[in-house]
Design a protein around this ligand. Structure first.
Ligand code: XMP
Length: 329
């Protein structure tokens, strides 16, 4: 039988045979498991002829940029450029409330940011990079292109996922997809032997459009993103402290574009409502809402209202998928 070590050796050999000694490779890191493992593998094969970019789109979670950059640089020694494109993304999203429009704008902005990075790199190297690394997994391959007669449908036409096939077509880059025959658990096993930190490999999935699909309505309205980041961080930290993070597929907070009346101290307040969502799932296609203990919910709601200015009400999402989707947009 094949071990993960065999898979790793074979992949490195394939990449070294494919990429010439003078050729350069680029990779967009999302902060997720797949792109990180793919990049780490390619880095092992070709060293610093790999050039990674991480885009801060202004829609990241609390301290996400610092946290992932630390893993990339300190733990994995990946050559990464961090591009701060927050202003650009947020100005394009101003006034936009339609979820699909948000996704389209984010996809388009991502491409233009990536293009600019590739162009700068070309100037620096004096030549075009030849390859692009993508963290495509086997299920992504099947899902975006179901084999005839497989009975599989295009599940993701329900929401347009910008990270599937969403890179510039005119860039003429050849693809390196070192994970395309692997399932998620195999990618985690591969990541482990590549020394990707355990905690990183176990992170919940996070959607490409980020917090834009977790702030309902206009994401640039008031301090919605900032409030959501604080609430989400308290929720996730409480889940980790309770030792249940690994039993949950995804957990996050949602910012609602409404206000409700509350009382704090002896003051009447008219403040924000946030929703907490946590689900279990095998693959994200269907999901069950996660049943927290009452004490956990009580503590977390109290903590949120006590420490996040402008929030006076916390509700929990108790729907499964279907009929709901995991994300609210
Ligand atoms: P839904 O909300 O469709 O989500 O039940 C299923 C899984 O997909 C993630 N998701 C996305 N991931 N771009 C992504 O990269 C997207 O636009 C997107 N929308 C949903 C979601 O977080 C869940 O894991």
């Amino acid at each position: 039988g094949w071990t993960m070590e065999d898979v790793l050796d074979e992949e490195i050999k394939v990449i070294n045979d494919m990429v010439g000694p003078e050729e350069h490779v680029i990779c967009a890191l999302s902060g997720g498991v797949d792109s990180t493992v793919a990049a780490t593998l390619v880095h092992k094969a070709i060293g610093d002829r790999l050039h990674c970019v991480f885009v801060d789109n202004g829609l990241l979670r609390y301290k996400e940029r610092e946290r992932v950059m630390e893993t990339f640089e300190r733990d994995l020694h990946l050559p990464v450029t961090c591009v701060d494109a927050a202003e650009q993304f947020l100005s394009e999203l101003k006034g936009v409330v339609d979820p699909e429009k948000k996704r389209k704008i984010i996809g388009k902005e991502f491409i233009s940011t990536f293009d600019a990075f590739a162009h700068d790199l070309e100037q620096k190297l004096g030549k075009k990079p030849s390859y692009l690394v993508q963290g495509t997994l086997y299920p992504d391959v099947i899902e975006s292109c179901p084999p005839p007669g497989s009975g599989r449908t295009h599940s993701h036409t329900i929401k347009s996922h910008h990270n599937v096939g969403g890179l510039p077509k005119d860039m003429k880059l050849k693809l390196i997809e070192p994970l395309k025959l692997l399932f998620k658990d195999e990618v985690r096993a591969l990541g482990k032997i590549l020394n990707v930190p355990e905690g990183f490999l176990k992170r919940h999935p996070f959607p490409g459009p980020g917090l834009a699909v977790r702030v309902l309505g206009d994401v640039t309205e008031g301090n919605a993103l900032d409030v959501l980041r604080q609430v989400d961080e308290i929720f996730i930290q409480s889940i980790k402290d309770a030792g249940i993070y690994d039993s949950i597929w995804q957990a996050f907070a949602v910012f609602l574009p409404i206000r409700s009346v509350g009382v704090q101290g002896d003051q009447r307040t008219h403040s924000h409502v946030v929703a907490l969502r946590a689900v279990t799932s095998q693959d994200g296609m269907t999901a069950d809402w996660y049943n927290f203990e009452h004490k956990f919910l009580d503590d977390v709601a109290r903590k949120i209202c006590n420490s996040v200015r402008g929030v006076n009400r916390v509700v929990q999402d108790i729907t499964s998928k279907p009929p709901s989707t995991i994300e609210w947009e």
